[in-house]
Ligand binder design. Structure first.
Ligand code: NAD
Ligand code: G3P
Length: 335
């Protein structure tokens, strides 16, 4: 039995741990809070994050860091992107030196503009053959219910990607491999920024034509950035690109889309932050994504207005006008 540790007992960490148990692994879920851990162990539920979802009895949860990580062959990381570096500093002494480190996260580190795999490499000094990511259209609640879903397991080393694929495939969760770590991570992180914009449009009362416009042009700017940073263009037509963008921008389960929708409905940024209990990665990631884009001379107009609304106090009406009154140009997809 493959021994896997999942670090972070929020929505996705808990669901991915369930997937791993269903795939036949020996899984330990590490959480910070005793009450969540107790809930998982005693009631087989994570009431706070996934009310009503029955978790497998074989899933063990713990707050004991050393015990959780001892003997892990895969360590899956599912904490908010902006907390990863400080967490890894505390976890590092307990992580087995040959464990594969799997990012389940979809964010870009503020300040450094690093992807999660890059933060892992820096913080743990691990080589690319030990660092993988899992990305795709995976809304926690839907995968938790066993609805058919799929993801991409990406690693620079194809054999590691294949090992990871074998570790988390179930009859309801299909996993493909890729060696395009950059493309998968950027697809996952930047779609959150586009979903914020789609949410704002939804909150303003706009319909499917506007949403399709934002998703299509959003994919164009994600692809431009990705290719500029060395990703493979076809990745953005796949599960980690188009797939995740469509799922997130369409789903009322998406925290990013919901965050934007609340803003579009007229709540202030402070009010939306106060009612958002789970992680909406696009809010903080919008700024470092824009910084990367500028550094690489990539135009990202949707990201630009989202970052302006989230960080510079620009009113959404102004942002909307700015997007719609850009200079006329031919339609271009990708670079
Ligand atoms: N929820 C989904 O549907 C989904 C799907 C795929 C990927 N993801 C990605 O997974 C990552 C985690 O998201 P989530 O949905 O589990 O978020 P969440 O908000 O549901 O849970 C976050 C977890 O991290 C913990 N946490 C918060 N601050 C922490 C800190 N400083 N140190 C340690 N732990 C801390 C919380 O207690 C909680 O257990 C994000 O990058 C997200 O984009 C989420
Ligand atoms: O709830 P969100 O907006 O973080 O999106 C969840 C997943 O990333 C969808 O694939």
């Amino acid at each position: 039995m493959t021994r896997v540790t999942v670090m972070g007992a929020g929505s996705w960490g808990t669901v991915f741990a369930k997937v791993l148990v269903d795939a036949g692994c020996d899984v330990v879920l590490w959480g910070r809070r005793g009450e969540v851990v107790q809930d998982v162990n005693e009631r087989h539920e994570n009431t706070e994050y996934l009310p009503g979802v029955r978790l497998p009895e074989g899933l063990r949860a713990t707050t004991d860091l050393a015990g959780a990580l001892a003997g892990a062959e895969f360590v899956c990381l599912a904490v908010p992107a902006q907390t990863l570096r400080e967490n890894l500093a505390a976890w590092a002494p307990h992580i087995p030196s040959d464990a594969v480190l799997v990012s389940l996260m979809k964010g870009i580190e503020s300040g450094t503009t690093l992807r999660m795999s890059e933060v892992i490499a820096e913080a743990l000094g691990a080589g690319p053959e030990r660092i993988a990511v899992v990305c795709g259209p995976n809304l926690a609640m839907e995968i938790a219910r066993g609805e058919p879903g799929a993801a991409v397991a990406a690693c620079a080393d194809e054999r590691t990607a294949q090992r990871l694929q074998a570790t988390c495939m179930t009859p309801y969760f299909r996993v493909y491999t890729s060696t395009d770590v950059i493309g998968c991570e950027l697809g996952g992180a930047v779609k959150n920024v586009i979903a914020l914009c789609v949410g704002i449009a939804t909150g303003l009362g706009f319909g499917d034509s506007t949403k399709a416009l934002l998703m299509t042009r959003g994919l164009a700017e994600i692809t431009r950035l990705g290719v500029g940073l060395g990703a493979q263009e076809p990745t953005f037509a796949g599960l980690a690109g188009l797939g995740d963008l469509v799922a997130t921008c369409s789903s009322p389960y998406s925290r990013n889309r919901t965050f934007g929708e609340n803003l579009g409905r007229g709540m202030t940024l402070e009010e939306v932050i106060a009612v958002t209990k789970q992680t909406a990665e696009g809010v903080k990631s919008s700024r470092p994504v824009l910084t990367m884009a500028r550094r690489h001379f990539v135009e990202m107009p949707i990201t630009e207005v989202v970052a302006a609304v989230m960080h510079d106090g620009v009113p959404i009406e102004e942002a909307y006008l700015k997007l719609m009154t850009r200079s006329p140009k031919p339609e271009r997809y990708g670079v």
